[in-house]
Write a protein that binds this ligand. Structure first.
Ligand SMILES: Cc1cc2nc3c(=O)[nH]c(=O)nc-3n(C[C@H](O)[C@H](O)[C@H](O)COP(=O)(O)OP(=O)(O)OC[C@H]3O[C@@H](n4cnc5c(N)ncnc54)[C@H](O)[C@@H]3O)c2cc1C
Length: 617
């Protein structure tokens, strides 16, 4: 596959006289539409002011779900569509989307019947605790909606004794529990990037560029600011799709077409390093009501625990981070169902927040604002003007359906034939994915034979990139980065892993930088890899990654230092990862590694000194 090269893309943009469609916003809704329009062979341009998937699309609860809760608001069509899309994602992206057993702890038999009926009838906004009967009804409808296509088991109930046997540490007051199946996504940012890479590689008229912001419009030409090279580009278009999520009204303002379409709510999540809680979850998600009847989630995220979220109205989508009040609220909610599992602030290894781009609404409770999606059109004022389509709301789960609907609307309005759609197209490393244990074993054997790596490393790369792991192997071969003829593990051997990571090789990081429009250190640790969210980031590794990035980008030491400083500031403010935490982790997690490199590795010693320097600073 061709690399995503930002410089070449900018040159191509500069050569365009007019695009068919420009999409503003590289979150999942903009990316989904980009993929859909690219295959109609249109001249389509996707621009993102920061990195792809750095807004709400990087901040979900990571559930790919039907939305059981939305049944109470009588949003049947949303639930039906979501379940259908969930099943398509399980099929089309098996490398990143997997089934997840989901359990609801239940504290009464009949509670909530009255309030849920009123909510269903639209007569109240209040949340309430739901008893077994209300939940049973909801799960029954869920099963009926899934019956046609899903292969997942139907829901089941357990009485109190069986529940406590299965999940130790749960609140002793519960009466029973219900378990059903939804799905979760391990690497949303990578899945989105795969769609961009694929579209650009297959369709030469499709262009995508990150760090390129729409700043205004002059004489019907869009003004685009390149935030890396500080230059302005202009481009004309037949239609503009505003997929800028919580920024939709700000974007329309820049286009001199003011609107008040969005009423965003902020949601925050914590990643906890708490082995007791991890084992108490027994591989399940707990989908539970907290003390005030709001639904929260907690589930194992690799060897950590993901818990969330909050739901707070905000006007400004920038400057969004998890506050101490939100942290305490999430802890209190968690303690409500696991009262005897000790939680400490030190357990928090990462936090993240995002703004749900919900439609502007007068609902008293944020939970009642629809999670569905809609298209708002501002017609062109004259023949030299272009129409603006704002993509409002939606969920990660439903991005493909939303994109398909937007594509159909554009096909009618600007006049093109729909040649194909993405419904049954596997995404990226989900193509030819080995779905059975036997097929997986065979894939691993073949990979080892092709690239001379050990089986453990091949399995790791399959988990991380799906079948796209072949791209990485080929890149390393072509670049001659490693000697593949050796009998040692050339991708994974001691000499090829990074000095401060037992998981990533230097060649792998170089591959990501060269092929995936990496422009900053944050792109690497937050979005191209799971290093930060999985709690694996520490100061020595961050510095080493910065060294690789600086070498590939040919940055001088001043530029490299400024990148590191900016990254540390961002991680502290937006992800609660302080310098001292990162340094402490370096000392504890990688103590032995640091020691072993102390005497014989100049780079490592330099990095360690830089690390001590950063800690002091
Ligand atoms: C806390 C939380 C939990 C959630 N949990 C789930 C879940 O578990 N499952 C699920 O299915 N969904 C979930 N969602 C919903 C889902 O994540 C969002 O609906 C979806 O990501 C919205 O995508 P988007 O592309 O519209 O917006 P965004 O991802 O925010 O993308 C908009 C992009 O536009 C860019 N932009 C803005 N202005 C400009 C400009 N002038 N020029 C260029 N670019 C610009 C921004 O930088 C941003 O990247 C959750 C959302 C949140 C916030």
């Amino acid at each position: 596959m061709h690399p995503l090269n930002r410089q070449t893309t900018l040159e191509k943009i500069a050569q365009q006289s007019e695009m068919d469609v420009v999409i503003v916003g590289g979150g999942i809704n903009g990316i989904g539409l980009f993929r859909e329009l690219a295959q109609q062979d249109l001249k389509v341009l996707l621009i993102e002011q920061n990195d792809y998937c750095s807004g709400a699309s990087a901040a979900p609860s990571r559930m790919i779900h039907g939305g059981l809760r939305y049944l109470e608001n009588a949003e049947y069509s949303l639930v039906k569509e979501s379940l259908h899309e969930r099943d398509l994602l399980l099929k089309n992206a098996p490398h990143y989307v997997q089934p997840l057993a989901t359990t609801i702890p239940i504290f009464s038999w009949f509670d909530g019947l009255f309030t849920s009926t009123l909510r269903f009838a639209g007569l109240t906004d209040h949340s309430c605790n739901r008893g077994a009967l209300v939940i049973k009804l909801g799960l029954h409808v869920y099963d009926v909606f899934c019956a046609k296509h899903t292969k997942m088991p139907r829901h089941s109930f357990k009485f109190s004794k069986a529940t406590h046997q299965h999940w130790q540490g749960l609140n002793r007051d519960l009466r029973c529990s219900a378990t059903y199946y939804d799905a979760w996504i391990s690497h949303p940012e990578r899945l989105a990037l795969e769609m961009i890479k694929e579209s650009c590689a297959q369709f030469s008229k499709a262009l995508a560029c990150n760090y390129l912001a729409l700043t205004g419009v002059e004489q019907q030409s869009l003004q685009l600011a390149d935030k890396i090279d500080n230059q302005i580009l202009t481009v004309r278009t037949k239609a503009l799709v505003n997929a800028s999520g919580a920024w939709i009204d700000f974007t329309n303002q820049k286009l001199a077409k003011p609107s008040r379409l969005i009423g965003g709510t902020k949601g925050s999540h914590l990643i906890l390093d708490n082995p007791l809680l991890h084992s108490a979850l027994n591989g399940n998600m707990m989908y539970f009501e907290n003390q005030e009847g709001r639904v929260c989630i907690v589930f194992p995220y690799f060897d950590k625990v993901l818990v969330g979220s909050t739901d707070i109205k905000v006007d400004d989508p920038d400057d969004i981070y998890c506050t101490p009040q939100e942290r305490d609220y999430i802890f209190e909610s968690l303690q409500y169902i696991f009262p005897n599992i000790p939680l400490a602030i030190n357990d928090i290894c990462f936090t993240y927040s995002g703004v749900r781009p919900l439609p502007s609404s007068n609902a008293q409770s944020n939970g009642q604002i629809s999670r569905s999606h809609s298209i708002h059109v501002q017609e062109a004022s004259d023949s030299s003007d272009f129409p603006i389509y704002s993509m409002i709301g939606g969920k990660w789960t439903t991005f493909r359906a939303f994109a398909e609907q937007m594509c159909e609307r554009l096909s009618t309005d600007i006049g093109f034939e729909i040649k194909s759609n993405s419904r049954h197209q596997a995404i990226g490393g989900g193509k030819n994915y080995p779905n059975t244990p036997e097929a997986k074993q065979q894939w691993i054997k073949d990979y080892c034979a092709s690239f001379t790596v050990c089986e453990a490393r091949a399995a790791q790369l399959l988990d991380r990139y799906g079948t796209n792991a072949y791209e990485l192997g080929e890149y390393i071969k072509q670049q001659g980065l490693e000697s593949l003829s050796q009998s040692t593990d050339s991708l994974a051997g001691v000499s090829t892993y990074m000095t401060y990571s037992q998981d990533y090789s230097r060649a792998e990081i170089q591959f990501l930088i060269d092929n995936e429009q990496v422009e900053s250190l944050l792109d690497i640790v937050l979005r191209r890899t799971n290093i930060a969210i999985s709690g694996a980031l520490h100061m020595s590794l961050l510095i080493e990654l910065n060294t690789v990035l600086s070498q590939v980008k040919n940055w001088d030491s001043q530029r490299a230092q400024s990148e590191l400083t900016q990254t540390l500031l961002h991680l502290e403010k937006f992800h609660t990862l302080t310098n001292s935490m990162l340094v402490e982790r370096s000392q504890t997690i990688n103590h032995s590694l640091i020691n072993s490199y102390d005497n014989d590795n100049d780079n490592a010693t330099t990095d360690r000194h830089a690390c001590q320097h950063a800690a002091r600073g």
